[in-house]
Design a protein around this ligand. Structure first.
Ligand code: FES
Ligand SMILES: [Fe+2]
Length: 329
């Protein structure tokens, strides 16, 4: 893939791991936004994500760094760094180096994910990462769903914006996902950094059905470019999270999570097995999209059909706010 014409350093919340990958005392190494980073969990459970290099002589804290209580200790000379990235101890001096600081990232743990706030200008978060349950204001919680099912694909050549544009791309459902009829959008709200798209869609029946007769809806909340959560209800009951995080100038990690709704059942084991199957089917559909995205070249300006103009223009204008420099095109 050619390098996308869109910046791979957009502002917003982005998933960097799952919470259960980093236990108390663990130091986890990763690279996002072209930065080597570590995520480490203190004994108290507090999670810190910071740049990986020690400000002393540059050791990588992910290779031998050790959690000591509430701080991270460098493997090279034992300097200790706080959850704010401050040096709090030089073991062979009577005071720490108060001036130096390792860059830390605002972090939230939500829906079993670890999200960091990334902003090239270092601004504090100015919108919230969407919650797959609370975000829909319907009183739901994880207890109403079977355990989360996951997909992880590392280092794909795609940009997060491709994935979000899928949400207004009514025409692809029939071709990529084999829906019998084209879905109809009932809401496009791109006024704020957190945007909303609702539509009516079915995966069943033939192409003679009328969309007005279909009771199968999807509501999507896009928290910036990095995270989208969806709620499907009516004929099906599931929720999904897609989270796309740039690794470097041309690749992203893709994470996708599915929750299938619990139903009362005489045979809970069978019901759970069925839910697993449904979940795998939803993941399979997402992989159909990944197959397209990971070979796509961003088209700008695109050749749009008249009916596509409104949705794509709205989402592309909305997306511009997450890039520091004006996008060309
Ligand atoms: S390089 Fe980290 S303590 Fe020296
Ligand atoms: Fe899709």
């Amino acid at each position: 893939m050619a390098k996308p014409p869109l910046s791979m350093k957009p502002t917003g919340w982005f998933q960097v791991a799952w919470s259960d990958e980093i236990g108390a005392g663990d130091v986890h190494t990763m690279k996002y936004f072209d930065q080597e980073m570590v995520a480490w969990r203190a004994e108290s459970g507090a999670l810190t994500v910071m740049n990986a290099y020690c400000e002393h002589l540059g050791a990588h804290l992910g290779f031998g760094g050790k959690v000591v209580g509430e701080v991270l200790q460098c493997p090279f000379h034992g300097w200790q760094w706080s959850q704010q990235g401050r040096n709090v101890c030089i073991p062979y001096q009577d005071r720490p180096n108060r001036g130096r600081r390792i860059r830390t990232y605002p972090v939230v743990e939500r829906n079993e994910s670890i999200y960091i706030w990334h902003d090239v200008e270092g601004r504090e978060p100015y919108f919230d990462a969407p919650d797959i349950f609370a975000g829909f204001n319907d009183g739901s919680s994880a207890d109403d769903y079977y355990p989360q099912q996951r997909l992880f694909r590392a280092g794909l050549e795609l940009h997060p914006q491709y994935v979000l544009e899928n949400g207004v791309d009514f025409a692809h459902f029939k071709y990529v996902h084999a829906t019998p009829i084209v879905p109809v959008f009932t809401r496009h709200d791109f006024a704020e950094p957190v945007s909303f798209v609702d539509f009516t869609i079915t995966f069943e029946g033939d192409d003679n059905q009328k969309i007005e007769d279909i009771d199968s809806r999807v509501e999507a909340i896009n928290g910036g470019l990095g995270i989208a959560v969806t709620k499907s209800y009516g004929m099906v009951d599931n929720r999904t999270i897609s989270a796309i995080t740039p690794v470097d100038d041309s690749t992203s990690d893709v994470r996708f999570m599915v929750y299938i709704g619990r139903k009362p059942s005489k045979d809970p084991q069978r019901a759970e097995a069925k839910a697993r199957e449904f979940g795998q089917e939803v993941i399979r559909q997402f992989e159909q999209d990944i197959h397209i995205w990971s070979h796509q070249r961003y088209s700008d300006p695109p050749a749009l059909a008249p009916d596509e103009y409104e949705g794509f223009t709205a989402i592309r204008n909305w997306a511009k706010q997450f890039y520091a420099a004006p996008q060309k095109g």
